[in-house]
Design a protein around this ligand. Structure first.
Ligand code: PBG
Length: 340
């Protein structure tokens, strides 16, 4: 049997529906575009350190710097100029200020709180999202305090400290407090503490579905929450096991349960983290609530794209845009991203 291919350019299939009509030109493509990422959808996470001048590089996050409060001002100015109107500062705490019980977390004049009030004063229009978790402050790098055996994170005691920490951040001028610790009951406790002290307008952005992910590695370098510079007996400690409180990557119903609890307890925004490998979670949480959804494109997601682009294996601009569009398409209203 012989199959004859029509070589005539005017050959036409007998079809009426041709979706490619809508991909004919840039103008038509953009008319039909379903999702757009605007600078005002983005939240820029920034790393801060003590000192007067000089930002320093973070080896595992090409292009991302640790800033002093002074150099942070320049970052804010540039961000605002480009339409990015929110930042989320994360402190690299001096090892001398760390302790098993994270005492520095309750210091009203901690690096994080000083940065928040300085930025709020200088750029009142900038939305400030304060991280509420103990990992920058504990010697062991966990998000909570440990029991006497050193094996378990104490939930309720940790929540007490987090509530105090949230108050300090609110007092410093944070618009949002964002508990990223995954302890039980923290949203309710923080809401009560804020309300009791008159901070009724401080909002809570809850890291509701935060997974025990391998993609946080570079972040732990950035804030130095990997004890002993990331190495202990040749074992990379930045892969600290947080499965006792963060979610199992295999689960999605559990994320919906956490999101529902946080909403009930008074969260204003729910977050899914990481983002790229959890698009199904974003879309399911989106369908389960009318609250705004945030998604965090984490350090490892950023660094993978940057590393491949640096080797010339992918096109940075396109990969960056595509990764963010996917997160928005899945249902995120706002995205925390180092690309901001
Ligand atoms: C911990 C915290 C983590 C990130 C933000 N806050 C990681 C962790 O659980 O160790 C990760 C962000 C990133 O990887 O970009 N409170």
């Amino acid at each position: 049997m012989e199959y004859k291919i029509a070589m005539d350019e005017n050959f036409k299939l007998d079809i009426r529906k041709r979706p490619r009509r809508l991909r004919k030109s840039d103008a038509i493509l953009s008319l039909c575009e379903e999702t757009r990422v605007n600078p005002s959808d983005l939240i820029l996470p920034v790393f801060i350190k003590e000192g007067k001048s000089g930002a320093s590089e973070i080896e595992s996050m090409p292009g991302v710097m640790r800033h002093t409060i002074d150099s942070l001002f320049r970052v804010c100015e540039k961000a605002l100029k480009r339409g990015v109107k929110a930042i989320a500062p994360f402190p690299q705490v001096d090892p001398k200020s760390k302790s098993d019980r994270a005492d520095e977390a309750l210091n009203a004049k901690s690096l994080a709180n000083r940065a928040i009030s300085a930025v709020k004063k200088r750029f009142p229009e900038m939305a400030l999202i304060a991280d509420i978790a103990l990992d920058p402050y504990t010697t062991h790098g966990h998000d909570g305090i440990l029991d006497s055996s050193g094996q378990r994170i104490l939930n309720d005691e940790t929540v007490e400290i987090l509530s105090g920490m949230a108050l300090m951040a609110a007092q410093a001028g944070a618009d949002f407090v964002a508990p990223s610790d995954m302890m039980d009951g923290r949203i309710g406790a923080i809401r009560s503490a804020l309300d009791e002290c008159g901070f009724v307008d401080t909002a809570i952005m809850a890291y509701s579905a935060k997974y025990a992910s391998a993609f946080y590695g570079p972040f732990r370098d950035a804030i130095g929450s990997s004890p002993n510079g990331g190495q202990k007996q040749g074992k990379p400690k930045k892969y600290l096991d947080k499965r006792g409180y963060q979610l199992n990557p295999a689960n999605v119903r559990e994320a919906l349960k956490e999101a529902a609890l946080d909403e009930e307890e008074g969260a204003d925004v729910l977050m899914v983290k990481p983002a790229g490998a959890y698009l199904d979670v974003i879309s399911k949480v989106r369908a389960s609530t009318s609250l705004p959804i945030a998604a965090y494109q984490v350090s490892g997601e950023y660094s993978m794209i940057m590393a491949a682009a640096q080797r010339g294996w992918i096109d940075l601009e396109r990969a960056k845009r595509e990764s963010l569009i996917a997160i928005k398409r899945a249902g995120a209203d706002m995205i925390l991203t180092y690309f901001a």
